[in-house]
Design a protein around this ligand. Structure first.
Ligand SMILES: [Zn+2]
Length: 438
């Protein structure tokens, strides 16, 4: 089974350019972590943004702010150490110190790279939660420039946490429960499953579906080693109708997260375009990572880094697709496939720079990837092997047959039938787990 739903989007994505000023380097740097209690209260702040523009330019607007329940993320690793993603958010204190940061991707960035974005302008809603600041902050959002791989500033706003217009109203009364609870949220990866397309009578099915994904996840290395590092939560978000929209088959359903297939006219690309809607559904729940489980049997899904993972629950590939999409959304992993039906002649990644995804390389800066894991006798690039998970540097990956390299012949980030995650993906996943738990 091939994953085809990302291909058009990401192929076009790389064609996008950005021309802002005020950049910062993505070279590894020493990170100074901020003290949580100095800068933040126990609550969290939801920042609702609108990303708008077309293929040539983009702008970010602040839509609204909301005060939510307790911050459930790390209180130690406030500043991001990965610098993954097409966007980057920095929260600065009045004195200019970076006190919180995260990289992320958006569905809007993918849309910007479709042919439609050459003709029309559109806007997409995205929301992010940060620890609730005690004092005025500067919120800076950066976009990654394709030509250089560096981040340039896109947006800058001052936020006063004492502003009386910051909403404290409850968005919903959906039941939130732990499927698996191993300890305090600040020391765990809190994965929240959101029910999409499940009616009130189908909540037992949702619970069973989320449990099935959870069981699959912890049967697979490296998650199997880290079960104790996770809390698994569910939010029983009710839909009026079951299933999801399948526009090219004229199927339309009234569901809580407004998900649909045929995203950007691609049959298998299942998304929920309004990210703010998803975050409002999650507003009463703890989470580090969001996963939207869609009550449908049609094959498909999507995973966007630090945004959400989303896939259908009821086809024979549902579990491998779930863990693959979660690899994108949680650990920032890239796709390792490139087969003929999905490869493009055009340059998919800029071959002159190292891609940010940890599990693919252009060999421009291979030292920053898995060179340290390789046996020194292994040839670079490595000739194709009959052993699916013999570590090397195999040509083909990131939708490109040439110029992009992957760590093994077959990995869960390449096919649904691979034995599991390769050692490089496993290390990237473990590093992300450690970031949330240490
Ligand atoms: Zn891999």
């Amino acid at each position: 089974m091939k994953h085809t739903f990302f291909v058009v989007i990401i192929a076009l994505l790389t064609a996008c350019t950005a021309t802002q000023e005020s950049s910062f380097s993505t070279e590894p740097q020493s990170v100074v972590q901020s003290d949580y209690d100095t800068f933040f209260t126990p609550h969290r702040l939801r920042i609702d943004l609108v990303f708008a523009g077309n293929s040539k330019y983009q702008k970010v607007f602040l839509a609204s702010l909301a005060k939510e329940d307790n911050w459930s993320g790390s209180r130690t690793n406030m500043v991001d150490t990965f610098e993954y993603g097409e966007y980057y958010m920095k929260v600065k204190s009045k004195e200019g110190q970076t006190i919180y940061s995260r990289g992320f991707n958006t569905l809007f960035q993918e849309w910007r790279c479709t042919p439609e974005a050459n003709i029309n302008e559109q806007s997409y809603c995205s929301s992010y939660v940060i620890p609730y600041p005690k004092d005025t902050i500067q919120l800076c959002i950066y976009e990654r420039v394709k030509q250089t791989g560096k981040y340039n500033e896109l947006y800058n706003a001052t936020i006063n946490p004492n502003d009386k217009l910051i909403s404290s109203e409850k968005c919903n009364n959906f039941n939130v429960e732990a499927l698996m609870h191993n300890g305090d949220c600040k020391d765990k990866v809190d994965l929240l499953f959101i029910a999409e397309g499940y009616t009130k009578e189908q909540m037992d099915k949702f619970r069973a579906d989320a449990q099935r994904m959870t069981d699959y996840m912890f049967s697979m290395h490296p998650y199997s080693k880290h079960k104790e590092d996770f809390n698994i939560w569910i939010v029983e978000s009710l839909s009026a109708e079951e299933g999801t929209d399948i526009p090219h088959m004229d199927v339309w359903k009234n569901t809580v997260a407004d998900s649909h297939f045929y995203t950007f006219y691609s049959d298998r690309y299942l998304t929920a375009p309004n990210h703010t809607t998803i975050c409002k559904i999650a507003s009463n729940a703890p989470y580090d990572a969001l996963y939207v489980l869609v009550n449908d049997a049609t094959y498909g899904g999507g995973g966007i880094y630090n945004f959400y993972g989303l896939s259908s629950s009821d086809n024979k590939w549902a579990e491998p697709v779930f863990i693959h999409e979660f690899g994108h959304s949680f650990a920032g992993l890239g796709d390792e496939y490139f087969d003929s039906s999905t490869s493009y002649d055009e340059t998919f990644y800029n071959l002159n720079i190292e891609p940010w995804e940890p599990n693919i390389t252009t060999l421009v800066n291979f030292e920053s990837k898995w060179k340290d894991m390789l046996n020194p006798e292994v040839q670079i690039p490595t000739p194709d092997s009959d052993e699916p998970q013999l570590l090397g540097v195999y040509e083909g990956g990131g939708y490109m047959a040439k110029g992009v390299y992957r760590p093994v012949m077959d990995c869960r980030m390449k096919t649904n039938t691979a034995p599991g995650f390769c050692p490089v993906c496993s290390r990237a996943i473990e590093r992300m787990i450690e970031f949330y738990t240490k």
